[in-house]
Design a protein around this ligand. Structure first.
Ligand SMILES: Nc1ncnc2c1ncn2[C@@H]1O[C@H](COP(=O)(O)OP(=O)(O)OP(=O)(O)O)[C@@H](O)[C@H]1O
Ligand SMILES: [Mg+2]
Length: 275
C-alpha cells in the first residue's frame, strides 16, 4: 500500500518579548489573509491573555480543549483546533490555565519540546493529519518557556516591531535568543522577517527607527509597513479580524500586501531548496 505523502505545515512563531507591539494583530490578520487566498491556516494561541482567541470571537464554551491540554500531552492538536468562522482558518485557543502551565512544564520531560512533539505527532500518515499550509504561533510578551516552546516548534520567527525608542535594543535581545535556540534546541530555526507595525508617517522618530532597522537587517525587513489605523484597533472588540471588519481600511490592505510578500518569499525559498 502506498503511504500518502503529507507535507508538514510551515510553522511561524510571532515573537517579541516587548508587549503591545502587534504580535496578536499580525497573527490574526496575516492568518486571515493567507486563508483568504486558499492557504489553510491554524493559529496557536500561546498567550495566557488569550487575545488571539478573543480577537477571533472564540467564546468560553469553545475553549474546553485549549493549547494548555496540548502542551501537557492530554489532547491532540487537531482535536483542540476549533473553526474561526472564517473559511480555511482554525485556532487552538488559550485559557488562563496556560499561565500555570509554565510551572507545570518545568517539571516535565522535554519541557521545551512539548509543542514541537505535539506537531510532530500529527505529521505523517496518521489518521488525523494536520491539514494546514501554515501554523502561526502567537507568543506571549516574554521570553519564557511558552515562547521557547514556540521557537523550538517553529521553522522560523516572524518579528512584529513597533518603531519606537528602544525598539532596536529589544530586537537585539530577541535576535540573540533566536541565535541561542538555533545553537541548542532547534538548528533549523530561521528568521522569517521583521514587520514594522503601527507605523506613523508624521512621527520623525518612527521614520528614524525604521531606517535604523533596515540598515541593520536589510532584506529581512518586509517592504510592507503596517500603518497605525484605528479600524485595526476596533476590530478585536467585534471578535473579528480587521480584514473582515473593514477589508478596505489601510491596515487591512497592508496585511494583504504582507501576506503577498510572505508567499513570494516562501515560493523563492521552496524553489531554492528544490534546486
Ligand atoms: N496597526 C495598528 N493600528 C492601530 N492599533 C493597533 C495596530 N496594531 C495593533 N494595534 C492595537 O495595539 C494593541 C496591541 O496590539 P497587539 O495586541 O496585537 O500586540 P501584542 O504584541 O500581541 O501585545 P501583547 O504583548 O500584550 O500580546 C491592541 O489594542 C491592538 O488593537
Ligand atoms: Mg498578543
Amino acid at each position: 500500500m502506498l503511504t500518502p505523502i503529507i507535507e508538514k505545515p510551515r510553522v511561524l512563531a510571532l515573537a517579541n518579548q516587548k508587549g503591545g507591539v502587534g504580535k496578536t494583530t499580525t497573527a490574526i490578520n496575516l492568518a486571515t489573509a493567507l486563508a483568504a487566498v486558499g492557504m489553510r491556516t491554524l493559529i496557536l494561541d500561546m498567550d495566557p491573555q488569550g487575545n488571539a482567541s478573543t480577537g477571533l470571537g472564540i467564546g468560553r464554551h469553545a475553549r474546553s480543549t485549549s493549547i494548555y491540554e496540548v502542551l501537557l500531552g492530554e489532547a491532540d492538536l487537531v482535536d483542540a483546533a476549533v473553526p474561526s468562522g472564517i473559511p480555511n482558518l482554525d485556532i487552538v485557543p488559550s485559557t488562563i490555565d496556560l499561565s500555570g502551565a509554565e510551572l507545570e512544564l518545568v517539571e516535565m520531560e522535554r519541557r521545551a519540546h512539548r509543542l514541537r512533539d505535539a506537531i510532530d505527532r500529527q505529521v505523517g500518515p496518521t489518521k488525523k493529519p494536520l491539514d494546514y499550509a501554515y501554523i502561526l504561533v502567537d507568543c506571549p510578551p516574554s521570553l519564557n518557556l511558552l515562547s521557547l516552546n514556540a521557537m523550538v516548534a517553529a521553522d522560523a520567527v516572524l518579528v512584529p516591531l513597533q518603531c519606537e525608542f528602544f525598539a532596536l535594543e529589544g530586537l537585539s535581545l530577541l535576535l540573540k535568543t533566536i541565535e541561542r535556540v538555533r545553537h541548542t534546541l532547534n538548528p533549523g530555526l530561521d528568521i522569517q522577517g521583521v514587520v514594522l507595525t503601527m507605523f506613523d508617517r508624521r512621527n520623525n522618530l518612527c521614520d528614524q527607527v525604521a531606517r535604523d532597522v533596515r540598515a541593520h537587517l536589510g532584506a529581512k525587513v518586509y517592504q510592507t509597513v503596517i500603518p497605525r489605523n484605528v479600524r485595526i484597533s476596533e476590530a478585536p472588540s467585534h471578535g473579528k479580524p480587521a480584514l473582515i471588519y473593514d477589508y478596505r481600511c489601510p491596515g487591512s490592505e497592508a496585511y494583504m500586501r504582507l501576506a503577498g510578500e510572505l508567499l513570494r518569499q516562501e515560493r523563492a525559498r521552496t524553489t531554492e531548496q528544490a534546486a
